[in-house]
Design a protein around this ligand. Structure first.
Ligand code: ACO
Length: 375
């Protein structure tokens, strides 16, 4: 029997520290009025020292496991969509796997810019549909504040940090992720990139002095691309699902700029109630915007079982991705009793003990190995 991938758990995390437009006014030549009018952002969350992509991703994933009431040991695969992994390697996903105590899970990062989360959904659908895996965690997590040039007003005002996660599980019911389209146009790669720090231009004193480890963006080019890619991708994926745009209860687009979302909504002739926007409170958190928006839409009661959702993103690459999801899981506070939090908190502690035990054993093994060689 054909397997479908249904979202059964979801969670998000945004760092506590908030950077407002008024804070930015003190850092670069900008104004709250300009940022709100041109981009639609009022504030964004910024990681504290010690926080990064994997730690945010872990918190979002833990919340998703709690909603689904699934033990981390039942996870088969963890995908972290990100452009800001903690390290060049290992992957952020491997760090998350250890932190969750997901002892049987494979883990890898996926870089498709801000379209990465929807790319991850498609990979999960493929793995589940092929009956290779049963429970797949897809996380979008990005710490753009660490690659944002806070001396460049054209980009400093746009970005924030955060993470969102969904847990997909195999089902025989024809629901969950119904259709997906992914795309890439690498001829636009230079419109949005971090020039140095990779294998082409490794970090040197000069690249650091030239601020080449920060985001460089041709905003107007990305803007033009985004509106067309979102509208075309949305039409295509809705048709693939055998639906009309009017059938979609909620469109959750990548939250980069309110004007891009409104222009795409106009091209698609959406009703105002069909478009979900929360860019005002988070800014552009890259791969995390769509799952964070999904979590907030659920919390606000805007999604009910049976509803069709359209998730659509675009980003560095240039890439785009769209998916139609039929919501299947129950929503609402009644589905998460208090004891579940206690149980999952205990599982978090168990994961920390497991990690410490494995690290200690590895250290002892290496000490014994060194002694052996000395003999
Ligand atoms: N405050 C005040 N003025 C500013 C600011 C600012 N923060 N930034 C730019 N300006 C000025 C410019 O210098 C320019 O001044 P000038 O006319 O004297 O030269 C003027 O405002 C207009 O600049 P534009 O670049 O034309 O402004 P625009 O309306 O196009 O908005 C923006 C710029 C917001 C970047 C827009 O182009 C945009 O949203 N582009 C897409 C961004 C995006 O989606 N990026 C995704 C990246 S995410 C990822 O994949 C990691």
């Amino acid at each position: 029997m054909k397997k479908y991938a249904q979202i059964v758990g979801w969670g998000m995390y945004a760092p506590q520290r908030i950077l407002t437009n008024h804070d930015l006014e003190k850092m670069v030549d900008t104004s709250d009025e300009w940022i709100r009018r041109r981009v639609g952002i009022g504030e964004r969350h910024i990681c504290a020292p010690g926080e990064a992509t994997a730690s945010m991703a872990t918190r979002a994933a833990r919340a998703a496991l709690e909603v689904a009431d699934l033990s981390p040991s039942k996870l088969d695969l963890i995908i972290v969509a990100t452009v800001t992994p903690d390290y060049q390697f290992p992957s952020a996903a491997s760090i998350v796997q250890d932190a969750l105590g997901a002892s049987h899970a494979a883990a890898f990062d996926l870089n498709a810019g801000c379209a990465g989360f929807v790319y991850g959904l498609y990979v999960a659908l493929g793995m589940i549909g092929a009956e290779l895996y049963r429970n797949v965690m897809v996380i979008g997590s990005d710490t753009l504040s660490r690659i944002t040039d806070f001396q460049d007003r054209s980009t400093a005002v746009l970005f924030g940090d955060g993470a969102g996660a969904v847990l997909l599980t195999a089902t025989d019911q024809p629901t969950g992720v119904l259709s997906c389209v992914l795309g890439s146009d690498g001829s636009g790669a230079e419109a949005l990139l971090v020039p140095a720090g990779g294998s082409r231009h490794p970090a040197t004193v000069e690249t650091v002095q030239n601020r080449q480890h920060f985001i460089r963006m041709n905003g107007a080019e990305v803007y033009r691309f985004a509106v067309k890619a979102m509208a075309d991708g949305a039409r295509q994926v809705v048709q693939m699902a055998g639906l009309q745009i009017e059938d979609i209860k909620l469109v959750i687009p990548h939250q980069a700029n309110i004007r891009i979302m409104e222009a795409a909504a106009k091209a698609l002739k959406l009703r105002p109630d069909q478009l979900y926007c929360n860019v005002e409170r988070y800014g552009n958190t890259s791969a995390a915007t769509i799952p964070i928006a999904l979590c907030e839409a659920l919390a606000e009661g805007r999604i009910k079982p049976g509803d069709y959702l359209l998730l659509v993103g675009f980003g560095a690459g240039l890439t785009w991705a769209a998916a139609v999801v039929q919501w299947g899981a129950p929503v609402g506070a009644a589905s998460t009793p208090w004891w579940r939090s206690v149980l999952h908190d205990l599982r978090g502690r168990e994961a920390a003990v497991r990690s410490l035990t494995l690290r200690t054993r590895r250290r002892l093994d290496s000490l014994r190995g060194a002694d052996g060689r000395a003999d």
